[in-house]
Design a protein around this ligand. Structure first.
Ligand SMILES: Cc1ncc(COP(=O)(O)O)c(C=O)c1O
Length: 465
């Protein structure tokens, strides 16, 4: 195949992808949010024997789009409020396409200087926006689970080092026991990261009605033991949106010699808003932080961010040397030295594009807008008969009960069947709840109003039996 043929093949395949992407994005504002068909039906659509001969790339893209269409959830819709998903800003999506076209292995500064520079600058911008220490180590991970893992790996190495144990050389067998304390409502990814790191099950510390760690209980738990310790705090509770009292908890932890890690998958972004950063006062006193750019910042999956206050901390944990690599010995360190993987896509580049397109005021407006929509939901729902908003809506999450657990479950099912909006059930504070998570930049007042109407319809239908 000649050079021209290759270029033409790329162009045809990308043109096809662009047409399908545009159709999909144009359909998102009006289509029902849930996928028309389920996983088994999609499996049947995709199931076919792999043919022997190659196919035209553009035709493959057309076929993929046609097969997938009825199985796509409109997660980028302004009326999607499940889990904490986030949409994608236009500049970030386009930058992500470029990342695929450039196909850089973003591991080494020497080999891929453009993406390394964009990521380094994006990391520095993030530190500034979130008020984290200048010069802290930043690594772009797959998500917050990976970022929690990276931060806690740095924590483990540090507290064991303080206890005279070199975990990189000696491993965990025979090491001093590391105590890990977590709020009773930490995210499950903290437990996963601790498991991967051989740190075992953490000790739970009592929380208040919004899921915030109780400082007195934390002090008591730290007083009750000795030796290396790590405390995991949370910025943004999955159900209430509330954040732990950072400054107070960090001070107590440090007084006991503990490392303080913050899981701020979506809630860390409150720090980028002058209106909301007060709830994270003292954040910069902690030692490591994990967040997602694919949640509140609205870049495409996958993109988490691990930050460690001590320069070189991530590098000392994840750095590696191999004769076939050209490593950056004297500079700021290679991207691969800050995350638990060698080869990876340049996932920090869409972060650069998102931040560049928004500016500091745009990031603050994005965060403020999400909170304002959540508060609009909270206010409207609390005025509805038989509806109880269970949390103080201080950030982007709203948890609602419709009375008994059964009634809440039934109404949640009716909301999903209605299709106008998508918000899922959960269990919090001992009750079944409808959980509304606002994380898409495009959600506007009309989306909130349409979703509230769908909730009202569902309640009326349930009452009518
Ligand atoms: C508080 C918190 N931590 C961690 C995670 C895990 O993030 P990810 O799915 O990006 O790994 C989530 C996901 O919603 C979260 O809300």
């Amino acid at each position: 195949m000649g050079i021209k043929d290759q270029a033409a093949e790329y162009r045809a395949a990308l043109d096809a992808a662009r047409a399908h992407a545009s159709d999909w994005l144009a359909s998102v504002p009006t289509r029902p949010v849930g996928p028309p068909l389920g996983a088994d039906e999609l499996l049947a659509r995709f199931s076919m024997p792999l043919q022997e001969q190659p196919l035209d790339p553009a035709a493959v893209v057309d076929e993929l789009a046609r097969l997938a269409e009825p199985g796509l959830m409109a997660m980028p819709s302004g009326r999607f409020f499940g889990w904490v998903i986030g949409g994608t800003l236009p500049a970030a999506m386009a930058a992500d396409w470029l990342v695929s076209a450039w196909d850089q292995n973003a591991a080494m500064r020497y080999a891929t200087p453009a993406t390394a520079a964009a990521e380094q600058v994006a990391g520095a911008w993030l530190l500034e926006l979130l008020g984290l220490p200048t010069g802290a180590d930043v690594g772009f991970t797959t998500g917050a689970t990976g970022a929690n893992f990276a931060g806690l790996a740095a924590a483990r190495a540090h507290v064991l080092d303080q206890a005279g144990w070199d975990v990189a050389a000696e491993g965990m067998s025979g090491s001093p026991r590391v105590r890990v304390l977590v709020g009773a409502e930490r995210h499950a990814s903290i437990d996963m990261a601790l498991k991967y790191l051989g740190l075992g099950r953490p000790a739970e510390v009592a929380v208040d009605s919004q899921g915030r760690i109780r400082p007195a209980a934390l002090a008591q738990a730290l007083d009750a033991g000795t030796g290396p310790a790590i405390v995991c705090l949370q910025a943004g509770n999955l159900h209430s949106g509330a954040s732990d009292p950072m400054g107070e908890a960090a001070e107590i932890s440090h007084r006991h010699g503990a490392w303080v890690h913050v899981d701020g998958a979506f809630g860390l972004w409150a720090a980028a808003s002058p209106t909301h950063r007060g709830q994270l006062a003292g954040l910069a006193d902690c030692d490591s932080w994990a967040t997602d750019a694919h949640k509140t910042l609205n870049v495409p999956y996958d993109c988490g961010v691990a930050v460690v206050s001590r320069p070189q901390a991530l590098r000392s944990v994840f750095g590696a040397h191999a004769s076939y690599l050209v490593t950056d010995r004297d500079g700021p360190g290679d991207p691969f030295e800050k995350v638990p993987e060698f080869s990876r896509r340049a996932r920090g580049v869409p972060v650069w594009a998102a931040l560049r397109s928004l500016g500091t005021s745009g990031v603050a407006a994005l965060v403020d807008g999400l909170v304002a929509r959540a508060q609009a939901f909270g206010a409207a729902l609390s005025r509805m008969d038989g509806v109880e908003v269970l949390n103080e809506v201080v950030f982007t999450q709203v948890c609602v009960s419709f009375g008994s657990d059964e009634r809440t479950r039934n109404i949640t099912a009716r909301i999903l069947a209605d299709g106008t909006t998508w918000m899922s059930g959960s269990r919090w504070a001992g009750r079944d709840v409808l959980r509304i998570s606002v994380s898409n930049w495009s959600t506007d007042g009309a989306d909130v109003a349409a979703s509230l109407d769908a909730i009202r319809r569902s309640v009326a239908a349930e009452d009518a039996g």
